[in-house]
Design a protein around this ligand. Sequence first.
Ligand SMILES: CC(C)(COP(=O)(O)OP(=O)(O)OC[C@H]1O[C@@H](n2cnc3c(N)ncnc32)[C@H](O)[C@@H]1OP(=O)(O)O)[C@@H](O)C(=O)NCCC(=O)NCCS
Length: 162
Amino acid sequence: MNLEVTVRQATPSDIPKLKEIIDLSFPRFFRFFASHSVNSEEGKVLVSESQGAVVGFAKLIEFKVGGCKYGCVLWLAVHHKHRRKGVASALVKAGTENLKQDSSEAVFASVNRRNVASLRVLGLQGFKRIGLLDLWRLFSWRVFEFYGDIWYSPTEVVLTHD
Ligand SMILES: CC(C)(COP(=O)(O)OP(=O)(O)OC[C@H]1O[C@@H](n2cnc3c(N)ncnc32)[C@H](O)[C@@H]1OP(=O)(O)O)[C@@H](O)C(=O)NCCC(=O)NCCS
């Protein structure tokens, strides 16, 4: 059964809990980058709260390519005790709405191609895979700038919600 959660913007007092979720959710190599990202002034962090406790977060960023504004769900994690209860889905939905209300033309996410859980969560929230050819049609040679903006790695697939 889905958990009843409220999604809100993170505050500095949430940082220790976010660090705990990061440590429990990501391999060592990625923990440093995820922690740095939630501490960064760039973008925003949404947290999901259940009964007064933070149980997950999404890090969102905005960027411009060729004068157009876009958004990206950069990091997404849920405390392992609260998984499969709709928490990530609620965060992705709220994050996508937030970015679009803030004038993003489209919202992207890039996910390791073997991360079934997050591919599924994003898919259920309306994200679709987009290949290099379609990205090239959208951004032309600026596609490389785009890959840099979303911290793309070749082990990942890009998804979009437009
Ligand atoms: C990916 C992650 C955020 C999903 O969080 P979650 O709150 O459990 O996701 P939801 O409950 O919203 O899942 C919605 C649906 O996605 C699918 N899904 C979620 N986790 C799944 C899994 N491990 N395996 C297969 N399908 C999964 C299911 O269809 C699920 O619906 P159901 O539970 O009714 O079957 C969580 O597993 C996590 O924190 N993983 C580690 C960090 C990570 O990989 N982050 C993504 C890259 S930044």
